[in-house]
Design a protein around this ligand. Structure first.
Ligand code: NAD
Ligand code: UDP
Length: 338
């Protein structure tokens, strides 16, 4: 049983990870500045799990506040989720992204050193592969980022490797997520994009509630079986479970790893829409729109390393993802017949 601090602990993936950690008997401390999360998330987590979560409201760039938090709640390791994550915004405001993501991570690591916390799990992203030469993608595929958000992830991965190599971190796991979707089946926690969603699944669910008239399909002339972009969607509960296994691994052993977290299944935009319609009985009107600049055609993971090292494999399928994403969005929209 370990005590783990989650930076960005009230966010989408962290809140689900908190549930997975508690279910495996661990203690969880949440640290967040609530820049992109709702303040009642810790309370919802308490109702969902029956456990109290210490909450520290702080910015990861505030070394003193984060050090104090880790001294008040001595932890065995940190899972570092806190970051800005919008690709378009990163291109519009590079300094903001370098500051929040890279400077923020350096400040967090300073606090960890001061508090002598030396085990880390880090939220990386499959975006570091850019457009890969082929899928499924293995972890040793070349990295080639084409936006500033992706570059911040690569820089942070390198920083973590250097800290592990030089013994400043005893162990670290960089987890390269593919496309997280869905929500806890209780519909008590989920994803809350602000404004118009950038990502496909939240957009689909908002069309289904009637908040948006149709889904714009960004390009149907890609070199894929139905012409639309292919991604590896992964249920956030599967992803959360992987974090619990990763944290147990890096606490048990002084080894570091960089690992893909995906299902290994590529799904096109139209396939996801059809799966959603099947799983929910809701029709999604479509509008074929131009390609979105910067989009890659297709990518999906080879998740074998995660299975070999962590004993983890995604269990939930696309129908589960659609059903749970819909339950969450429908509840927020006050639709009860789901
Ligand atoms: P999210 O925005 O829901 O969660 C991030 C949390 O961090 C939010 O609660 C936010 O308030 C907090 N935060 C941001 N900056 C902070 C700061 N300076 N100090 C303290 N707290 C801060 O995002 P998410 O989707 O849960 O993503 C979590 C991590 O996973 C991020 O690092 C993201 O880059 C990475 N990731 C996400 C996806 C995805 O599609 N959601 C894919 C790959 C990687
Ligand atoms: N997409 C789309 N309409 C939308 C949002 C996304 O057609 O409103 C497509 C997008 O072009 C890509 C896929 O859905 O092919 C996944 O996009 P998302 O932004 O969710 O993930 P990412 O591109 O970051 O992997």
């Amino acid at each position: 049983m370990a005590r783990i601090l989650l930076t960005g602990g009230a966010g989408y993936i962290a809140s689900h990870t908190a549930v997975a950690l508690v279910e495996r008997g661990h203690h969880v401390v949440l640290l967040d500045n609530f820049a992109n999360s709702e303040r009642d998330v810790p309370d919802r987590l308490r109702r969902l799990t029956g456990k109290l979560f210490p909450v520290i409201e702080a910015d990861i760039r505030d070394v003193k506040a984060v050090t104090d938090a880790m001294q008040a709640f001595p932890v065995d390791g940190v899972i570092h989720f806190a970051a800005l994550k919008a690709v378009g915004e990163s291109e519009a405001d590079p300094l903001l992204y370098y500051d929040m993501n890279i400077v923020g991570t350096i400040r967090l690591f300073e606090a960890m050193q001061q508090a002598n916390v030396r085990r880390l799990v880090f939220s990386s992203s499959a975006t570091v592969y850019g457009q890969p030469d082929h899928s499924p993608i293995l972890e040793d595929a070349p990295t080639r980022v084409n936006n500033i958000y992706g570059r911040t992830k690569l820089v942070m991965e390198d920083l973590i490797r250097d800290l592990a190599r030089t013994g400043k971190l005893l162990s670290a796991a960089s987890l390269r997520y593919f496309n997280p979707v869905g929500a806890h089946p209780s519909a008590m926690i989920g994803e809350t994009p602000s404004g118009v969603p950038n990502n496909l699944m939240p957009y689909i669910t908002q069309v289904a509630t009637g908040e948006r008239p149709h889904l714009n399909v960004f390009g149907n002339d890609y070199d894929t079986p139905d012409g639309t972009g292919v991604r590896d969607y992964i249920h956030v509960m599967d992803l959360a479970h992987a974090h619990a296994l990763a944290v147990e691994h890096i606490i048990a052993q002084d080894v570091s790893l960089t690992v893909n977290l995906g299902t290994g299944v590529g799904i096109s935009v139209l396939e996801l829409v059809h799966a959603f319609e099947r799983a929910t009985g809701r029709k999604i009107p479509l509008n074929i729109a131009p390609r979105r600049p910067g989009d890659v055609t297709s990518y999906y993971a080879n998740p074998a390393m995660a299975e070999a090292i962590l004993g983890w494999k995604a269990k939930l399928n696309v129908d589960d993802m659609c059903r749970d994403a819909w339950r969450w969005q429908a509840k927020r929209a006050g639709i009860n017949d789901v």
